[in-house]
Design a protein around this ligand. Structure first.
Ligand code: UTP
Length: 306
């Protein structure tokens, strides 16, 4: 059994090598993680979240067709010089923010063989310490401190911690699902006793779904090396976590009650853009006014728009 760590997690791994088929054709040439949420790629919010949580060293697991991600986190001297000459301080600092937020490293997955396989590519970077995994298309509102709470739970209990969301039984077959037991740490911290990837609705152990934040013990790498392809022929992180649970390693869940958007899903992506834009000081007032008018003019469900 792993003991509570002497060192807290310091590194973040962001897998971004998936194919993004749900967002085709946009994702034929643009990685879904770079689709703009208002004026910043979804991925920038996620790197900022890692940095805010005290994880300034970030490894992105990329793959074919994802070179634009490396470009995005690189410096752009020509652009910066042009903005400097124009005296456009606002845009210059926006450009700097995107590169200065964290130390970003890259490794390639080679072949998209699943999330578990993507995480395994981070073994050398992570070494023998706990680490965070943030999915590159899963956006958590900056006002909700999910990752910080997960890091605190991991520091207290050791082992691994996963983020959970109650998605309702009817939706659980799209997610990894968990069986849980209460702990003495409040109703949002649970002990995970079993995990299964995308179960049929009537076989799911609960309506609690795994969402895109993990704090993992380094033991997960050895398990991933031995994990055979599972659901969809992919090496599943959920299966590796299930093995850790079977071996008696502590796996806790933090049940999230805040705002989360799956930006790889078209409807959720639109909601994220509208919600975040409507809350911004620069865009919010005009957008909110327009939205109110737009909503009152909307035809009733079933009627065709004019
Ligand atoms: P998803 O299942 O959301 O990614 O994986 P996907 O395959 O890109 O999406 P769709 O379903 O085809 O639209 C969750 C995360 O794991 C990464 C993805 O980039 C995403 O951040 N991933 C997935 C990898 O890095 N490698 C893989 O082999 C699979």
């Amino acid at each position: 059994m792993s003991m509570p760590p002497t060192r807290p997690a310091r590194k973040a791994v962001i897998p971004v090598a998936g194919m993004g088929t749900r967002f085709l054709p946009a994702t034929k040439a643009v990685p879904k993680e770079l689709l703009p949420v208002v004026d910043r790629p979804a991925l920038q919010y996620i790197v900022e979240e890692a940095a805010r949580a005290g994880l300034p060293e970030v490894l992105m697991v990329t793959g074919r067709g994802k070179a634009a991600i490396e470009d995005f986190f690189d410096r752009t001297p020509e652009l910066e010089t042009a903005l400097e000459k124009k005296g456009d301080e606002g845009r210059l600092s926006a450009v700097h923010e995107s590169t200065d937020v964290a130390q970003v490293h890259f490794v390639r997955q080679g072949e998209a063989r699943g999330l578990g396989h993507a995480v395994l590519q981070a073994a050398a970077f992570v070494g023998d310490e706990p680490f965070a995994v943030l999915l590159g298309d899963d956006l958590i509102d900056a006002r909700d401190h999910l990752l910080e709470q997960m890091l605190a739970v991991q520091a207290e209990h050791g082992g691994s911690v996963i983020a959970l969301l109650d998605v309702g039984r009817e939706n659980i077959d799209k997610y990894g699902a968990v069986a849980v037991e209460p702990t003495g740490d409040g109703s949002d911290v649970v002990a995970v006793t079993g995990l299964v990837e995308k179960p049929p609705v009537d076989e799911a152990p609960s309506s609690l779904a795994i969402i895109g934040r993990y704090v993992l013990a380094p033991e997960v790498f050895d398990v991933l090396r031995e994990t055979a392809p599972g659901r969809g022929g992919e090496i599943q992180l959920t299966d590796a976590l299930a093995t850790l649970v079977e071996r008696g390693e502590p796996v806790h869940g933090v049940v999230f009650g805040g705002r989360r958007y799956d930006t790889g899903d078209k409807l959720d992506y639109l909601k994220a853009v509208i919600r975040l834009a409507s809350e911004r000081d620069d865009l919010g007032p005009s957008l909110r006014g327009w939205l109110r008018d737009f909503v009152t003019e909307l035809p009733a469900e079933g009627a065709s728009p004019s």
